[in-house]
Design a protein around this ligand. Structure first.
Ligand code: FE2
Length: 284
């Protein structure tokens, strides 16, 4: 597998914006924008609410990300059983490692939020830089090499399983799909897998190639720091996010999830990432 150095170009360093209207425009075109001067979580939610305007269907805190909270959630997840392939869910608690690039809410399938707000209340003293990988750009860069034709076609057309181990979504879809509202949705997280069946062995190399390309973009592309009071507004259908390693236990970031009228499905209540419910239970 040859990974092009051009994959670094798939990383997005968001433009700074100053109003909800400007944020909306820039997120629609570039996939992300950064706004500063956010005082607290309430102000962060208020900004997201204003940005989505009349398209807003749901917005709210998802998680207060601190190392202590991560360790508590991880201990619960470790008790969960393995799936039929022997795979287990795992929340990585070693914050010195970079996070896998991911869409938030991937465990919830169609109910994942289409907009994401990452509010930095207190950045790490050093390290912990953010990264954003544009999934559409990764596919476009891969498609430039004719040797990747079969793999790119797979990403665009073959149904795969986007479920987390032991929490089946019951539906399958390609890595890149067009939503009913006509928007592209592209996905990456640590548990992507072919559908169990006769094509599984032949399809694993494509899934692994996709993951290697996204990870190469993360590791070679530009990164940026979210200072205290800054918030990244993100198209969670198009971009994968995460942070590089840090050790400062005081780092605090709020992840706020938003659903617009263009979301594939909107859950009726808050989503629990420690014990994700099946899609049927999310619809109320
Ligand atoms: Fe996340």
């Amino acid at each position: 597998m040859q990974l092009s150095p051009d994959l670094a170009d798939a990383c997005v360093v968001p433009r700074r914006v100053s109003s909800p209207e400007e944020a909306r425009e820039v997120v629609d075109t570039d996939g992300a924008a950064i706004v500063g001067g956010i005082a607290d979580e309430e102000a962060a939610i208020a900004f997201g609410t204003a940005m989505l305007g009349t398209d807003l269907r749901r917005i709210g805190r998802q998680i207060e990300v601190t190392r202590q909270r991560g360790e508590e959630a991880s201990a619960k997840v470790e008790q969960q059983p393995a799936d039929a392939r022997g795979r287990r869910r795992r929340f990585v608690t070693d914050t010195s490692l970079p996070m896998p690039a991911h869409n938030d809410g991937f465990a919830f399938g169609d109910h994942a939020p289409d907009r994401l707000f990452l509010f930095s209340a207190r950045p790490a003293a050093t390290g912990g830089e953010s990264f954003l990988v544009d999934g559409l750009a990764v596919l476009d860069i891969l498609a430039r090499d004719p040797a990747n034709a079969e793999m790119v076609e797979f990403c665009r057309t073959a149904d795969i399983d986007h479920s987390e181990p032991n929490f089946p979504q019951g539906t399958y879809s390609p890595i890149l799909r067009t939503t009913p509202a006509g928007r592209p949705q592209v996905r990456h997280h640590p548990y992507l897998a072919p559908v169990v069946g006769p094509d599984e062995a032949a399809q694993w190399p494509f899934v692994k190639h996709w993951s290697a390309a996204v990870t190469a973009a993360r590791d070679t592309g530009p990164r940026f720091r979210l200072e205290a009071g800054e918030m990244a507004c993100v198209d969670n259908y198009r971009l994968f996010h995460g942070r590089h390693g840090y050790t400062d236990p005081a780092r605090t970031l709020y992840s706020i999830w938003g659903w617009s009228s263009a979301a594939v499905a909107v859950p009726v209540g808050e989503l629990d990432i420690v014990t994700p419910k099946a899609p049927a239970q999310l619809a109320g």
